[in-house]
Ligand binder design. Structure first.
Ligand SMILES: Cc1cc2nc3c(=O)[nH]c(=O)nc-3n(C[C@H](O)[C@H](O)[C@H](O)COP(=O)(O)OP(=O)(O)OC[C@H]3O[C@@H](n4cnc5c(N)ncnc54)[C@H](O)[C@@H]3O)c2cc1C
Length: 477
């Protein structure tokens, strides 16, 4: 069979692969996409973003969590939530998303190949379909979008069916009574909140001194308080030294403490998916720690026509950023003159219960940069919509530059935080300041109004700071 030639070969069909392929095909390029799994969509559709967010909605619904403060009564739909209840909707959402991706690639005339891809030389990729002979295709450009897999620290006995990572947790066969979540990062905290809302007794263990370390310290502390209020035990600056299997899982911690649990969910970071690619045959050597590929600002590896985007290049490893990186890479590869690079300010959404979100600078980063700033806060408890929906713990926190009240950072915890953050994100991107929020008329009663009241709060603080004699123009106002 003659070797088929394409303008672009994409390896992987997650958010980076799908959007990179569609971007190039939209501009008339001949595109092939190779996926090793029988289903399309990668971690976002099958094991990560969508399944976990759907499980979160199911947990909130089945536990009656959102109604708790509204009626002061237990609104739990079922006393005992079974695994079947919990997973039913997740399967439906996954299937719909896979179908959407298939349809999108078809609409863009992208040719899909099934089977693991590996390089033969810098322009040739071999595909090995299950129980069939392998074959080769050639591409002018190659986009590596192979994603990542959960890192498994050797201390955990993953052969025991009660020990899960963030992929295998979706196959949980029985609701445990107790669970240890290892790692207080985004994925660990999200799952801890979900399982705790279903009345499972959850403990989180985290090596560092706070949960979700990149959050603004105040929001991270508030998240920890909310998690503890939900019954989650949090052990900071500690880690697991030894695990013994028996009727229950017996853990010995570095701090000297012992724990007995039914289940362990290990969430200790991720590794780049590069083992099967035979990168050496393509001359690609730009590889960092845990298999993460190193790229330049155009997402090129050390071999200029071979690009990499998404989780395989590491932080921030989000579906949202993976898609953007792949689009930017393809604009560069084919000189499409269609758009610039990935936005300088990215939003981060953490779907804990309650959810958190942020964009721009934190208090810590401003202090490091020695930029004088003022903080403005608005609490859901003092907002009419917050009262109506029964969220009395939410908070919007804005950080303005003291000198001219330009917005520098937006931080939220509470209902709809991952949606509402986009108001602040847009303001950051257009370089707006306090005036924007003061002059805008917002719908009433809405949570968006929080932006106006947080700005009033900041202006009030600034007036006091500016009125007071200043030793040096730095730090918090
Ligand atoms: C539990 C969890 C929750 C998450 N929640 C969020 C969230 O709320 N918001 C958010 O933005 N992000 C979230 N993420 C992150 C998000 O899922 C990833 O950032 C995103 O899926 C990365 O996309 P990708 O295209 O780089 O890789 P992936 O989605 O991992 O896709 C890579 C694809 O490449 C295929 N592949 C690998 N090797 C080969 C090969 N040799 N040949 C052919 N195919 C290959 C794989 O089978 C896979 O289909 C979450 C992740 C997890 C684990």
């Amino acid at each position: 069979m003659p070797t088929e030639k394409y303008d672009l070969i994409v390896i992987g069909s997650g958010p980076a692969g799908e959007k990179g392929a569609a971007q190039a095909a939209y501009f008339g390029k001949r595109v092939a996409l190779v996926e090793k799994e029988p289903v399309l969509g990668g971690a976002a559709a099958n094991t990560g973003t969508l399944p976990s967010k759907t499980l979160r909605e199911s947990a909130l619904f089945l536990s009656g969590f959102r109604q708790r403060e509204l009626f002061g009564v237990q609104a739990r739909l079922k006393d005992t939530v079974t695994v079947r209840d919990f997973l039913a909707r997740e399967r439906l959402v996954k299937e719909n998303e896979r179908a959407r991706i298939q349809e999108n690639l078809k609409r863009h005339h992208v040719t899909i190949f099934r089977g693991p891809a590996s390089f033969v030389d810098p322009h040739t990729v071999a595909i090995q379909p299950t129980r069939c002979p392998s074959f080769e295709i050639q591409g002018e450009v190659v986009l590596i979008a192979t994603g990542s897999y959960p890192f498994r620290p050797p201390v955990f006995p993953f052969h025991d069916p009660r020990v899960y990572d963030s992929d295998t947790i979706l196959n949980i066969h029985e609701m445990p009574k107790t669970m240890l979540v290892v790692g207080g990062g985004v994925i660990g905290c999200e799952y801890a909140c979900m399982f705790a809302s279903l009345n499972i007794q959850v403990t989180v263990i985290e090596k560092r001194d706070r949960v979700v370390g990149f959050l603004d310290v105040e929001i991270s502390k508030k998240l920890q308080e909310e998690m503890e209020r939900a019954g989650i035990k949090i052990r900071l600056e500690d880690s697991v030294a030894e695990v013994r299997t028996g009727d229950q899982l017996k853990l010995h911690l570095e701090s000297g403490a012992d724990l007995l649990v039914d289940t362990i969910l290990v969430s200790s970071g991720r590794c780049g998916n590069i083992e099967e690619l035979a990168l050496e045959k393509a001359g690609v050597t730009s590889i960092g720690k845990r298999g993460q590929m190193v790229v330049n600002e155009n997402y090129q590896t050390n071999v200029p026509h071979i690009y990499a985007a998404g989780d395989v290049i590491g932080f921030p490893a989000l579906a949202s950023t993976s898609m953007e990186q792949a689009r930017v890479a393809m604009v560069h590869a084919f000189n499409l003159k269609f758009r610039g690079g990935v936005s300088q300010v990215l939003p981060y959404g953490i779907f804990t219960i309650p959810e958190c979100s942020m964009a721009g600078e934190t208090e810590e980063s401003l202090e490091e940069k020695k930029i004088a700033y003022v903080v403005g806060r608005a609490h859901y408890a003092q907002n009419a919509r917050g009262q109506i929906i029964g969220d009395s713990h939410g908070l919007l926190k804005l950080l303005f530059r003291q000198e001219d009240m330009k917005l520098l950072g937006v931080h939220m915890i509470g209902e709809q935080a991952t949606e509402l953050i986009h108001v602040g994100l847009t303001a950051l991107l257009v370089n707006a300041g306090a005036d924007l929020f003061i002059q805008t008329c917002y719908n009433y009663p809405t949570l968006t109004e929080l932006y106006k009241y947080a700005t009033y709060d900041a202006l009030g603080r600034r007036a006091k700071v500016v009125a007071a004699p200043q030793p040096a123009a730095q730090g918090k106002g």
